[in-house]
Design a protein around this ligand. Sequence first.
Ligand code: 3PG
Length: 306
Amino acid sequence: MKILVATEKAFVPVAVKQIREVVESAGHELVLLENYKNVTELLAAVSDADAMIVRSDQVTAEVLDAAKKLRIVVRAGAGYDNLDLAACTAHKVVAMNTPGQNSNAVAELAFEMMLYQARNGFGGKSGSELRGKTLGLHAFGNVGKYMAEIAKGFGMDIYAYDPFVSGEQIKKQGIKVCASVEELYSVCQYVSLHMPANDKTRKSIGYDLLKKMPSDAVLVNTARKEVIDEEGLLRIFEERKDFSYLSDVEPDSKGLFEEKYKGRFIFTAKKMGAQTEEANINAGVAAAYQIADYFKTGNEKFKVNK
Ligand code: 3PG
């Protein structure tokens, strides 16, 4: 079988080497399309692939139309909002993700941004510490759990809200449970977002929630820029000089932030959460194993389409 790794943002070479070892030792062929610049390159590369590994690459109906032999696509990562799931199903392509494999990297980036902002970008001016501050985890999945572990080390006071995780499970990890999303935002100076982008969450974080946050509020977004209602966020920035926004990746209205709110935000230019050697290896190798196993045994454990 031909297994294509199509990554507009390439994995580090050591991850590619390990992916190749898994693919070839299972008797398959690895084809690489790295750092491609336009969809035409992807359409050509996928035309004779039996399987494909992607990152945030867009797997659209057009891509699937071009992929005449494709049986499985694995998103090496957690969020699969870049896969057109209905089109995958219509094309009889199994779609999977690799949950948990890059979560520590994402959680570390959230803290890196929080620390940098708390110390005013290391510019010489006195900042603040994380110890004793309230941290709200909005969603308590794999990244949320790593966040909690790191936050404990910093001595933060940790709260979580997740409509899909029982209060018991959250409490077991020594974290305070919020009964509502409003409560989380009312209590926590830092709120960190860890939900996927889907029809329920898109633009769900807006003015009404953000205005509840205590003074010196910091919203940390290593989830997806799409979950933010940018109009509402800009209104908060206009009303409250004590509000900061740290985001992986930059918002659509980046220009306005740069023009008016210098020092109150950090935006990464490219999505950086999973950009570590470890996360590249974990997610890429997991994807390769999942494909090899699917071809060998039909295992669909991490399937995300119907
Ligand atoms: C994910 O959903 O796993 C992260 O956003 C990582 O995305 P990336 O693989 O494009 O860096």
